[in-house]
Design a protein around this ligand. Structure first.
Ligand SMILES: [Zn+2]
Ligand SMILES: [Zn+2]
Length: 331
């Protein structure tokens, strides 16, 4: 079968590999769509740890092609896949702290993933979706699950002023989730003009170009700030614009080893809650349901659809100005 294999850092190629054989507890998923994200770029360049060789792709779904003995799934089921595999036995897994499982592995990172015609997928990772779902939308379920985790931690109850710093896929999904949660104001901050235009169409009440306006001069009193850029600048802005007693949810991933400034005095007197949000523990099925509901505008975020042969060119180049989501389709 055709696949995109990372053989070593900066060494990626579309190649033929042996199609996996189904075993008990696993299903063979025929891939229909797989998203490419910033993490794939980090893995490719050696900035995020992975096994090599490995087939990349962790945002995917498709159709069940073959099931193992005793499977609860049927051939032909349309499914999404949670790529993060836990042991289920350790103290963190037993306490529903899945993201902290010391044995955590992931399809597309440590185990062959979704940039292939077929993926051998543990049944525990499979979430059925409605049979008439647009296959391209399968690529949004994993990033949406991560965004829902951030929303859970932000604990919106309705009426809050929300700021979203960063206009990539996660930022734009958070804008839409904040709208559904009843935020009274949703301010999206991003340097990219097209992303600001998209944000206004999907729920932002205001957008700010940080090159044209000083974010900390024009924003204050924010109840919940979502940092979705993974930058020192936005981390610092978040502390300045969030109201006393407000929450700052960090979804953006900075390079390991990055340091930011925190003023402990301000932290105490402002009672800011600065909260990291990691992966998608227990949110994949809600993400699958929400994508299936049609309540999110996902098509507006799709910048380019390519086949497996087009992946290397996308990862070799920097994302083009305004581009949001690249999706690989197979048929
Ligand atoms: Zn991703
Ligand atoms: Zn565990």
């Amino acid at each position: 079968m055709k696949s995109v294999v990372l053989n070593a850092i900066n060494d990626l190629s579309a190649e033929e590999v042996t199609r996996p054989t189904v075993t008990t507890g696993n299903s063979l998923v025929k891939i229909l769509a797989c998203g490419i994200c910033g993490t794939d770029r980090h893995i490719y360049k050696g900035e995020y740890p992975s096994t090599k060789p490995v087939i990349l792709g962790h945002e995917f779904g498709g159709v069940i092609e073959e099931v193992g003995p005793g499977s609860k799934f049927k051939v032909g089921d349309l499914v999404s896949v949670d790529p993060n595999i836990i042991c289920g036995e350790c103290i963190d897994c037993k306490a529903d702290r899945n993201a902290f499982c010391p044995s955590l592995t992931a399809l597309g990172v440590n185990i062959n993933g979704g940039l292939a015609e077929f993926v051998l997928t543990p049944d525990t990772q499979i979430y059925p979706v409605r049979p008439d779902l647009n296959p391209l939308h399968l690529a949004f379920i994993e990033p949406l699950a991560c965004s829902i985790r951030g929303m859970d931690l932000g604990a919106l109850k309705g009426g809050e002023k929300v700021a979203v710093l960063g206009g990539g896929v996660i930022g734009l999904l958070v804008v839409q989730l904040a709208k559904l949660a009843g935020a009274s104001e949703i301010v999206l901050v991003t340097r990219q003009k097209f992303r600001r235009e998209v944000a206004l169409q999907i729920g932002a009440t205001r957008v700010i170009d940080p090159k044209a306006e000083s974010v900390t001069d024009v924003l204050s009193g924010i109840d919940v700030t979502f940092e979705c850029a993974g930058a020192v600048e936005t981390f610092n802005q978040a502390q300045r614009i969030t109201r006393r007693g407000g929450s700052i949810i960090i979804l953006g991933l900075t390079a390991a080893g990055t340091k930011v400034e925190i003023n402990p005095f301000d932290l105490v007197v402002n009672e800011h809650r600065i909260q990291g949000s990691y992966l998608n523990p227990l949110t994949q099925s809600r993400a699958a349901e929400l994508v299936g509901s049609g309540k999110l505008n996902l098509d507006i975020m799709i910048s380019k659809v390519v086949d497996l042969d087009g992946v290397k060119a996308i990862l070799d180049a920097e994302p083009a100005e305004g581009d949001i989501k690249y999706i690989v389709t197979l048929n």
